[in-house]
Design a protein. Structure first.
Length: 162
């Protein structure tokens, strides 16, 4: 089973620091971390800045298309997510069938707000404890997790990796 974990930081630069901690920590065990992206939302701006962290991604990474759809649904526009989703094989803007349901999407939207940042990690179940302990060392965190079955993760790979 895999997880999509979101670590929310109380500053717009916390996720960048978190990615440095994750890198210094060895990315958790490399076999546990598949893909990483971060979001930074500077206070006073209308939308967050998103960035993939390819140096922490493994061969298991879903890549830009997945993160584009996810961040489109979360922060930019549900219609943008739908358009990108349709272009990637009929995803129709919904990731619920892949284990990323509306409840998780809404929790992330409500949690990652102006003046905050978030580190998104797709990996195995072990990554939540392993990486979370390293990230909690010097800053408070809110952790949001959704679990993906092997079938759901396989479906994501089929859609986004090919």
């Amino acid at each position: 089973m895999s997880t999509l974990t979101v670590w929310k930081f109380d500053s717009s630069h916390g996720a960048e620091r978190g990615s440095h901690i994750l890198r210094a920590h060895g990315g958790g065990r490399p076999e546990n971390v598949h893909d990483v992206a971060r979001v930074s939302w500077v206070l006073g701006t209308g939308k967050p800045t998103t960035r993939l962290v390819p140096e922490l991604a493994s061969d298991e990474a879903l890549g830009e298309a997945f993160w584009g759809v996810l961040f489109g649904l979360l922060f930019y526009s549900p219609l943008l997510g739908a358009a990108v989703g349709s272009a990637t094989g009929g995803l129709s803007g919904s990731l619920a069938e892949f284990g990323i349901d509306d409840t998780f999407v809404n929790r992330v939207r409500d949690t990652v707000t102006p003046g905050t940042s978030a580190l998104f990690v797709l990996g195995t179940d072990e990554v939540v404890d392993e990486v979370g302990d390293a990230l909690r060392v010097d800053q408070p965190l809110i952790v949001l997790v959704t679990r993906l079955s092997q079938v759901q993760e396989g479906s994501l790979r089929q859609v986004f990796v090919g």
